[in-house]
Design a protein around this ligand. Structure first.
Ligand SMILES: O=C(O)C[C@H]1C=CC(=O)O1
Length: 93
């Protein structure tokens, strides 16, 4: 099942710089592991914003929920999820 996910990040300004760097490094590692195993096939930066649009390819709503909750930056994110269905005009289908 595929999902379009919008993540907007807002790290509090008073978070110490070291903690900020550490959480961003953990986020990168977590994200790249999911990209490698195929569950996070697309990630795109939104131009001019600390935000991304991503596509997740996972087995269930519950699996996606668990993955998103596990994001190290989860406490500092606003996340919107759109479930995707096949389009009848898609020539790849
Ligand atoms: O930078 C972001 O968009 C937030 C987050 C998603 C992946 C990652 O490495 O950081």
């Amino acid at each position: 099942m595929k999902y379009l996910v919008h993540m907007e990040v807002d790290i509090p300004r008073d978070l110490p710089a070291e903690e900020r760097s550490a959480v961003i490094a953990r986020e990168k590692e977590y994200s790249q592991q999911l990209q490698r195993d195929g569950r996070w096939p697309e990630i795109w930066r939104v131009v001019g914003e600390y935000a991304n649009y991503s596509v997740f390819d996972v087995g269930s709503h519950d699996e996606l929920h668990e993955l998103l909750q596990g994001l190290p930056l989860f406490p500092y994110m606003t996340i919107d999820v759109t479930p995707l269905a096949a389009h009848p005009s898609d020539i790849k289908a």
